[in-house]
Design a protein around this ligand. Structure first.
Ligand code: HEM
Length: 459
C-alpha cells in the first residue's frame, strides 16, 4: 500500500514538474513568437495615458522619433499599436485594407453608450449594408436639396455674423448651428431656429437621441428623410411589417434611433471643426484671405452665390480649405482599427485583434511627401496647370474600406459656406496667435482653442 502511494506521489510530482517546465517553455516560445514593435514603458495600470495630454497625435510623433514609425505602448491596460507616417499608415489601411477594416472589441463596446451605427461596428455584413444604404441616401440628398439647404443656412449665418457689428466674437457656435442644421435637414427633414430650446438641448448633449426619435407615422413607401428611410429599410431587412408585434417594431426603431444618433455626431463634429480651422488659417494669413477673396470676385462676383458647379473654377479656395485640413486634420487620429489576421507592418508583427491607431496628422507632416510640412501653403495643392491637384498623402478623410463615406457632402459644405463667408466679410483675429493651438484630448476631434475674431463686412 505504501509503495503504491509513493508511486502515485512520484507520478504526480513528475507530471507537475513536466507541466510546469513545458508550460514555461511554451509560454516563453509563444511570447517570443511575435516580433512586436518597440515602445515606451509606461506606468503600471495607466501605461502611457499620463503622457498623451490634449494633443496625443503630436505626442505620438515625438515617441516615433525615438521608437520608429511603428511602435507599441500600453494605454491603461490596453496594448495599442501606433502607426505614423505615410508608409506605415498606407501599409495597413491600403495594402492590407481587408485585414485592417475591423474595430477593436474594446472600442465597439462604445456602441452601448454612443450609438450603434457604422463607425463603431465591426466590418460585418450589417456594416456593409448600412454604408451602402447611407451612400445612396447621401447621393439622393445631394442631388435633391443639398445646395439649396446650404445656401439658406449660409444666409442665416452671414446675417448673424453681420449682426456682430465688427465686435470681437467667438463665432464657433454659429458655425456649429449652421452645420448641424444642414445635417438636421438630411436626417430629419427639418432645421432648428437658433433660439429653439430643443436645439439648445441638442447642442449641450451633442446628441439627438432623446429629441427627435421617430416613434410613429413612418410611411415605408415614401420616406421624408434619412431617419424614415432607415426605419423603412430596417423593417424590410428584418421582415417586419407594420402589423408585427410591438417588441419587433420597438427593436427596429431603437436600432434606427441609435444609428441616427451616431451619424449625427460623426457628420457634424468634423465638418464644423474643419470649417473653424479654415477660418482660423485665413485669419492668421490675411494675404491668403485676400487671394481667396480675389478668386471669388473673379469667378462669381460680389453678389451671386457660389454653386457646386463653380468648384473647379475656384482651385485656390479649394486648396486653402484642404491645406487647413492638412495642417490640422479634424480627426488627427483615426478611430481605432483592428486586424482579422496576424500580419507585418514596418517589419514588425501585428498580432491578430490588435488595437491599432493610424496617426493621420503624422502623414500630413511626413517630410518625404510635403515640403516644409509645418508651413501653411495652399499653393502646394495647385498643379502646374493651375488646377487643384490631389495628393496621395492627404488623408483627412481616411483611407481604405473605412474611408469617410460623407467626404463629398463635407467638401460641398466646406466650399459653399467658406466661399459665402469670404465673399461677404473680411475676418480679423481679435487676439493673439493662441487660436492656432489645438486641443483634442480623448475625443478624437482636433478643435482650435477658443478665440475671438472680427467679421468686417466688405462693401
Ligand atoms: C470635414 C468633414 C469630415 C472629415 C474630416 C471626416 C473624416 C473622417 C475620418 C478620418 C473617418 C475615419 C476613417 C477611419 O476609420 O479610418 C470618418 C469616418 C466616417 N465618417 Fe466622416 N468626416 C467628415 C464628415 C462626415 C460627414 C458629413 C458624414 C456623413 C454625412 C460622415 C460620415 C462618416 C461615417 C459614417 C464614418 C464611419 C465609416 C466607417 O467606419 O465605415 N463624415 N470620417
Amino acid at each position: 500500500m505504501t509503495n503504491v502511494a509513493t508511486d502515485y506521489t512520484w507520478t504526480a510530482a513528475f507530471t507537475a514538474v513536466f507541466v510546469m517546465v513545458f508550460g514555461v517553455y511554451w509560454f516563453s516560445r509563444s511570447k517570443k513568437q511575435y516580433n512586436l514593435p518597440p515602445g515606451p514603458k509606461g506606468w503600471p495600470f495607466v501605461g502611457m495615458l499620463y503622457k498623451l495630454g490634449d494633443t496625443p497625435h503630436i505626442q505620438f510623433m515625438e515617441m516615433a522619433k525615438k521608437f520608429g514609425n511603428v511602435f507599441s505602448m500600453k494605454v491603461g491596460t490596453q496594448r495599442v499599436i501606433v502607426l505614423n507616417g505615410y508608409k506605415a499608415v498606407t501599409e495597413a489601411l491600403v495594402d492590407n485594407n481587408s485585414i485592417f477594416s475591423e474595430r477593436p472589441d474594446a472600442w465597439t463596446l462604445k456602441r452601448v453608450k454612443d450609438g450603434d451605427g457604422i463607425v463603431s461596428r465591426n466590418a460585418d455584413h450589417v456594416w456593409k449594408e448600412r454604408r451602402t444604404f447611407m451612400g445612396t441616401q447621401l447621393r439622393d440628398f445631394t442631388k435633391r436639396s443639398l445646395e439649396a439647404t446650404i445656401h439658406e443656412e449660409a444666409e442665416m449665418l452671414c446675417e448673424a455674423l453681420g449682426a456682430t457689428n465688427c465686435k470681437p466674437v467667438d463665432c464657433s457656435h454659429l458655425l456649429r448651428y449652421a452645420i448641424i442644421n444642414v445635417i438636421g435637414i438630411f436626417i430629419f427633414g427639418e432645421r432648428w431656429e437658433y433660439s429653439d430650446t430643443a436645439f439648445k438641448k441638442i447642442l449641450e448633449e451633442n446628441d439627438v437621441k432623446q429629441t427627435r426619435a421617430r416613434e410613429d407615422n413612418v410611411d415605408l413607401n415614401d420616406p421624408r428623410d434619412y431617419t424614415e428611410a432607415l426605419v423603412g429599410e430596417q423593417f424590410r431587412n428584418h421582415g417586419v411589417r407594420q402589423s408585427s408585434t410591438f417588441k419587433e417594431l420597438k427593436n427596429v426603431k431603437e436600432t434606427a434611433t441609435s444609428s441616427v444618433s451616431e451619424l449625427f455626431r460623426t457628420a457634424t463634429d468634423p465638418t464644423y471643426t474643419a470649417l473653424r480651422w479654415a477660418l482660423v488659417y485665413s485669419v492668421k494669413h490675411p494675404e491668403i484671405q485676400e487671394k481667396i477673396h480675389n478668386e471669388i470676385v473673379d469667378v462669381i462676383g460680389t453678389s451671386r452665390r457660389a454653386t457646386i458647379n463653380d468648384y473647379d473654377s475656384m482651385p485656390f479656395t479649394q486648396a486653402a480649405i484642404m491645406e487647413a485640413m492638412r495642417m490640422v486634420a479634424p480627426l488627427s487620429l483615426a478611430p481605432p482599427h483592428s486586424n482579422t489576421k496576424d500580419c507585418k507592418i514596418g517589419g514588425y508583427d501585428i498580432p491578430k485583434d490588435s488595437y491599432v491607431l493610424p496617426n493621420f496628422h503624422s502623414v500630413h507632416m511626413d517630410p518625404e511627401f510635403w515640403e516644409n510640412p509645418e508651413k501653411y501653403d495652399p499653393s502646394r495643392f495647385i498643379g502646374p496647370d493651375g488646377k487643384l491637384r490631389n495628393k496621395v498623402a492627404f488623408m483627412a478623410f481616411g483611407r481604405g474600406h473605412r474611408k469617410c463615406p460623407g467626404e463629398n457632402i463635407a467638401r460641398c459644405q466646406l466650399f459653399l459656406f467658406f466661399t459665402s463667408f469670404i465673399q461677404r466679410f473680411r475676418f480679423e483675429l481679435a487676439e493673439d496667435a493662441a487660436a492656432l493651438k489645438s486641443k483634442t484630448g480623448m475625443s478624437l476631434i482636433n478643435k482650435p482653442a477658443d478665440h475671438k475674431i472680427r467679421c468686417i463686412p466688405r462693401t
